[in-house]
Write a protein that binds this ligand. Sequence first.
Ligand SMILES: Nc1ncnc2c1ncn2[C@@H]1O[C@H](COP(=O)(O)OP(=O)(O)O)[C@@H](O)[C@H]1O
Ligand SMILES: [Mg+2]
Length: 156
Amino acid sequence: MTTELPLADARRHTITLAASPKGAAICRRIARRQLTVWGLNSTHTEPYYSALLIVAELAANAITHGRVPGRGFELHLALTTTARRGTTLRIAISDPRGDRSPVLPTIHTPNAQSGRGLTLIDALCDRWGTIPRHPNAKTVWAELDLATTHDSPDAT
Ligand SMILES: Nc1ncnc2c1ncn2[C@@H]1O[C@H](COP(=O)(O)OP(=O)(O)O)[C@@H](O)[C@H]1O
Ligand SMILES: [Mg+2]
């Protein structure tokens, strides 16, 4: 028997965006709006701000390292409740570069201008990873477990 089945209907939001700085900006704005609609900005303030940073870094990576000219990228947000973890926010960004994966840098140079996005994501979320997406794309995802001491976010 699995404990991973959602206890309640998951709240989900998916949108496809252009792989451009403007697309990334729209992605950040849509995520902020959706998380606010779900009430996280008031009920789970810390994960809310972490989620906004994670969306920004994943979107930046999708439009730089994951970009294929003429193809977009996809943002997927889901709020799921399971017996094992309680309520979890999942952020997933899919891009069309299935042949390349994110690499968490192991060495950090103090003055480096890049290479901090995944380190930041790794520090802010509870778990993250990459999964292949048919036919030749991939999804980079990160999950934040929401503390149960707060009120449940509004269902919409
Ligand atoms: N969506 C992606 N597709 C392919 N490669 C990626 C993706 N995201 C990250 N990477 C790889 O992982 C490395 C580390 O990412 P990151 O920590 O965000 O640093 P930066 O984006 O500044 O290079 C990138 O330099 C890139 O090689
Ligand atoms: Mg980056």
